[in-house]
Write a protein that binds this ligand. Structure first.
Ligand code: ADP
Ligand code: MG
Length: 708
């Protein structure tokens, strides 16, 4: 790392302790930080417009001589305006200040002296004026080497007491005095290959762009300098992911023994025929499991694509090889559903499996939990399905060989690690139904191998989706009546926002009461997060068995729940949900060959109100493709929100923008992975600086990464 980057800002010429303190409020403490304190935008002040050509409504720069200066008192006497008329050969304009420090201004502004000024031109009483212009006094002909004018000037984000001109001046000093000392950590080969400018040039250019750049490009964020900095940002991230991946690969674990006939036998005994995609993905998993290095695979598949059965195949193999399997799901309802369906399916292969399965959630009584713990420790329990309870510190496994994390996006990386650390480098399978835009997948899950189930089980019909307003509810009730009379079941969802759980619960409770009145000959029940495990299980069981016809619920059923006879999903206040979440919810229906429907109720009063919200919901009417929906969501809500805070660290970039720059991401990723392939521990001489820079970055941003 260039030593100079650590140099405290305070000791830079012209800074001092007071200014340094102001900069530190912006997290700028060192010369290196200052380089990275990038302009928010730029202003084109290259050309001076003759005064007569200044156009009201535009932000323009001009140059002239002060022809008069006066103070105009306003009627209430408290406020005075300072007016300064400036003229050139073409005309004159008045510059006005409503708030000003009189002595300083009078000292600066003298009749006859030349002034450069910038600001938004206005028309006032047939006269052109600029209020509070940015200005500078200049000697004749001096405007060649100006900082704030006669160039494209950077605009930084200001903070109390720290203003544009000061920031610009400090940055100028830093760029001029220190950029020569910047060493470039990016190997020359890579730079040359992708025509990337040097780090030094990049910082010079990003702060003080050349006179001949295209300002439109610059404002859009398209410049050589930005390209280089974006590349770096992606490259160092991907380098870390590549490194992690290579470390995982070099670990050793037990290879499973798998008969060549396994896959065929497995699919033969299932109650349905595996789709081609399921077959392919299970095959990929088996190829991982027979290796001595641990599997680290992400299975992505849209809701209803049938991921569970794939993990059952893997679990069966672990069982047959004498290992324990831990399957972690984000909610108790889902964990319990898995527990029942694993037992049902896997018993077809081995009667003994049922006896060795255990259910572990935090709601278990102390005594029961203790017993389960013991059985897990002693290896009596072999297939353990549960929630976060599986990662409790005092739980130990006898011989954990496979870890499955369902709905992985609900967990953090740390939790995945915590679970796998309970075995000796077990194989890890993570599954997610949130289709992640590819660009995001590369960064958030970059160290995993990815399999995609890109095919739905046969006979599935696209779910018909309708956005409805509150006042159109009669339409909805008609539809509900129709489905119920056909013997189908209905989910009726209310949003739940954590901070006001009580109010929302009231909403759902009243909703349930109302529905009971309307559909009095049917069974309507309420399910919510505050119920205890037994109550939840009981309600869910009854819904599964068809004893409950309408399940009114908060979003606890969002993930994973599987009741094929349910064909109608209603979501109240749909505009409060993200599209991906709605897609998840909608995925609770359409799980068989029955025609299914989803009604999204918007509580907005009419279509005009909050057009965007409705436009957003309309996307749900148009497509059932989870990938398209997630791309839309990403555009609307940004990546941080999309992945949840747990993984936001991966996608908070300074300069890069995942959507805009995904081409560059791919390049950076390829180079990073190749570099790690060539030099897995970054030991080569020419990678010395790279390694140092990388280590500093990662220890900062991604705590858990280490080299070697
Ligand atoms: P998800 O991918 O959303 O987790 P599930 O694994 O819960 O989906 O499967 C959805 C439903 O489809 C379940 O009822 C499951 O039994 C059923 N299913 C899975 N694979 C097939 C298949 N190949 N043919 C028919 N039904 C299937
Ligand atoms: Mg699932």
């Amino acid at each position: 790392m260039s030593e100079i980057l650590k140099y405290p800002l305070q000791y830079v010429k012209g800074v001092g302790p007071r200014l340094a303190e102001l900069f530190s409020r912006k997290d700028v403490e060192t010369v290196g930080d200052a380089f990275q304190f990038l302009p928010r935008t730029y202003e084109d002040r290259r050309t001076f417009t003759p005064i007569v050509k200044l156009k009201p409504g535009l932000k323009q720069t001009s140059l002239g001589k002060i022809s008069s200066l006066r103070v105009i008192p306003l009627r209430n006497r408290k406020l005075k305006i300072l007016e300064c008329v400036v003229s050139d050969q073409s005309g004159s304009i008045s510059l006005k200040w409503f708030r000003y420090h009189a002595p300083t201004m009078r000292k600066m502004l003298k009749s006859g002296c030349s002034l450069i000024f910038t600001g938004e031109v206005q028309e006032f009483r047939w006269q052109k004026q600029i209020v509070h212009p940015d200005f500078e006094i200049v000697e004749e002909d001096e405007h060649k080497d100006l900082l704030h004018f006669g160039r494209i000037v950077p605009i930084y984000s200001e903070t109390g007491g720290l203003y544009q001109k000061t920031i610009r001046r400090v940055l100028k000093t830093i760029v001029e005095n220190y950029s020569d000392k910047l060493e470039d950590p990016l190997p020359e080969v890579i730079r040359n290959k992708h025509a990337l400018i040097s780090l030094k040039e990049a910082y010079q250019e990003i702060h003080f762009p050349h006179e001949d750049v295209n300002i439109e490009d610059l404002l859009r964020g398209e410049s050589e300098a930005r390209r280089r900095l974006i590349f770096d940002e992606f490259f160092f991230l991907e380098l870390g992911l590549a490194l992690k991946k290579s470390q995982i690969k070099s670990q050793k674990t037990y290879a499973f023994v798998v008969l060549t006939s396994f896959l065929e036998n497995f699919s033969k005994k299932l109650p349905f025929k595996l789709t081609g995609a399921q077959f392919k993905v299970l095959d990929e998993i088996i190829k991982d499991l027979v290796q001595e290095k641990p599997m680290n695979r992400l299975v992505q598949g849209d809701v209803g694509s049938g991921k569970t059965v794939v993990s059952m195949g893997a679990a069966l193999l672990a069982f047959q090889n004498g290992f324990q399997v831990a399957i972690m799901a984000p909610t108790e309802i889902l964990a319990h559903q898995h527990f029942l369906s694993f037992e049902k399916i896997l018993s077809r292969f081995d009667k003994k499996i049922g006896l060795s399965m255990r259910f572990l959630v935090s709601a278990l009584g102390a005594k029961e939990k203790k017993a389960v713990y013991r059985e897990i420790e002693q290896g009596v329990a072999r297939i353990i399905i549960g929630t976060h309870a599986l990662i409790q510190e005092d739980l130990t496994f006898q011989k954990l060989g496979l870890v499955v994390v369902d709905e992985q996006h609900r967990f953090g990386v740390d939790q995945r690690k915590a679970l796998s650390s309970k075995g000796q480098e077990p194989h890890v399978l993570v599954m997610t139904a949130t289709p992640i835009p590819r660009t995001l997948a590369l960064t958030a899950y970059g160290e995993l191998d990815v399999s995609v189930i890109d095919e739905m089980p046969q006979g599935r019909k696209p779910i018909q989706t309708h956005v409805l307003l509150e006042k159109q509810k009669d339409k909805l009730y008609r539809k509900m009546g129709e489905e119920l009379s056909k013997g189908r079941q209905i989910y009726y969802i209310y949003p739940l926002i954590e901070e006001s759980e009580k109010i929302d619960l009231k909403d759902a409770t009243e909703g349930a009461k109302n529905l009971k009145n309307i559909f009095s000959s049917y069974q309507v029940e309420l399910l919510h997060g505050k119920m205890n495990q037994n109550e939840k299980d009981k309600t869910m069981e009854e819904f599964k068995k068809g004893k409950i016809h309408i399940l009114v619920s908060t979003t606890v059923v969002e993930v994973g729940v599987d009741v094929p006879n349910a064909t109608l999903m209603v979501v109240e206040h749909a505009e409060r949900f993200g599209l991906s979440q709605l897609h998840q919810l909608r995925g609770r229906v359409g799980r068989s060959d029955l025609e299914s429907y989803c009604y999204l109720l918007s509580s907005l009063k009419n279509w005009d109100e909050e057009k965007n919200a409705v436009k957003r919901l309309k996307i749900m009417e148009e497509t059932t493709n989870g990938f398209l929906i997630s791309e839309e969501d990403l555009k609307i809500r940004g990546p941080g929100e999309f992945l949840g805070t747990r993984q936001a660290g991966f996608v908070s970039f300074r300069v890069a923008d995942l959507l805009r720059d995904h081409e560059l991401l791919k390049l950076a990723r390829r180079e990073a992975f190749y570099l790690i392939y060539e030099d897995p521990r970054l030991e080569k001489e020419e990678h010395h600086l790279l390694k140092e820079t990388f280590e500093k970055l990662w220890s900062h941003k991604f705590k858990y990464a280490t080299i070697g």
